[in-house]
Write a protein of this length. Structure first.
Length: 381
């Protein structure tokens, strides 16, 4: 009996083998813009346009699941807009009272803050004042924040579900407390604070955890199968295993346990080198782990990862989006992907083929079509 994409992904997340290896990559905003060529401002701010794009790309490239990476789109963002201008190069310039945004089809909006916020010292923070009880933003990247409409956080899940029903696996996304911590203090100051003021750092992390947990639990009420915990700064390039165990693991575990209690899967997305902490990440109570970046962008060997944690976690990865999909010639790209599929089939109880991190913006449509072709040829169990 032929499985639906939703069934296929859920079987893999439950550490079993479906009819074939599921395929579900995360699109970067840049890759979505390059493939769809929408109005970039509408794509960023309009939940209906964003939802339609997610569904279109999933179907176009024969993926088995859809990651809804942004939620809580505000209907009132134009009320804050001072002016909007079309530039000579086709980019759009949006001016707000507190920032200027340049939107293009290349990547995420480029943001310039009008008045840079004061860098906080960890000892100056008063929890009730500086850390919101209700999380109303996503720290997307440097100076770029996605403001959440806290009265209407999850309508995009309804829009996507209405379009695909039970056909595809739908996943939500939240951001790790550690990301909010570093964003609040600044990366350098935040990392120093872990050493100089560990107890104060933990109190800040706990406050963010409670706000994020509230979002996660409410998100579980929607028609989703899993929630991804975006935790890109928890790898070897930023903190030691000991710091991970002290400042990341307890807080992500609290959120993940609440998600699992609601009957949904939860998986951790950490970029870069994590080869020294796979077993620690296993202690998070997560259902799975995403990225597992291979050399040279990371240090995870897929066979070794399955040997170490494959009985406990499903693995979603680990195609190098840059060195395989973007820059490699056709022969190397196909060989790399085939090897990953075969390792996943042979070693893994639960395996989902994916790019290690997001699809790089300039990866061609031909390379994305190649992924489903390779699954069709080599991915059958």
């Amino acid at each position: 009996m032929k499985l639906t994409s939703k069934e296929r992904v859920n079987i893999a997340m439950n550490l079993n083998k479906p009819d074939r290896v599921p395929l579900m990559c995360q699109f970067s905003i840049g890759s979505m813009l390059q493939q769809l060529k929408p109005d970039p401002v509408e794509f960023w701010y309009n939940k209906k346009v964003f939802a339609e794009g997610l569904v279109e790309l999933c179907k176009r490239f024969k993926f088995d699941g859809i990651l809804i990476s942004l939620h809580g789109h505000s209907e009132n963002w134009r009320k804050e807009l001072v002016s909007q201008e079309l530039l000579d190069d086709g980019k759009q310039k949006l001016i707000f009272n507190d920032r200027t945004e340049i939107h293009s089809l290349n990547d995420l909006p480029l943001v310039t803050i009008q008045k840079r916020k004061k860098t906080l010292d960890i000892e100056e923070i008063v929890s009730e004042v500086d850390i919101p009880s209700v999380i109303d933003y996503i720290p997307v990247s440097n100076n770029l924040y996605f403001k959440l409409d806290t009265d209407n956080l999850f309508e995009i899940f309804d829009i996507v579900y209405q379009k695909v029903g039970e056909e595809y696996s739908i996943h939500g996304e939240i951001t790790s407390p550690f990301d909010y911590f570093l964003d609040l203090l600044g990366y350098q100051n935040g990392l120093i604070s872990l050493i100089m003021s560990p107890e104060k750092s933990k109190s800040v992390l706990e406050k963010f955890t409670n706000g994020i947990l509230d979002i996660a639990v409410k998100m579980c009420e929607k028609n989703i199968d899993a929630i991804k915990i975006s935790s890109p700064f928890a790898g070897m390039g930023f903190i030691s295993p000991e710091q991970y165990e002290e400042f990341v693991l307890p807080y992500e575990k609290k959120i993940i346990s609440a998600i699992r209690k609601k009957g949904k899967h939860a998986y951790i997305h950490t970029c870069g080198s994590i080869g020294d902490r796979l077993e620690l990440m296993c202690q998070s109570n997560a259902s799975g782990l995403e990225c597992l970046d291979p050399p040279p962008i990371g240090n995870v060997d897929l066979s070794d990862a399955f040997k170490r944690i494959g009985n406990e976690l499903f693995i979603k990865g680990n195609i190098d989006s840059v060195n395989t999909l973007l820059f490699a010639d056709d022969e190397k790209a196909k060989n790399d992907v085939r090897q990953i599929i075969e390792i996943g089939k042979m070693k893994g109880k639960g395996f989902i083929l994916s790019t290690a991190c997001s699809i790089a913006p300039m990866v061609s449509k031909e390379r994305l079509f190649m992924l489903s072709q390779m699954i069709e040829k080599y991915g059958q169990y």
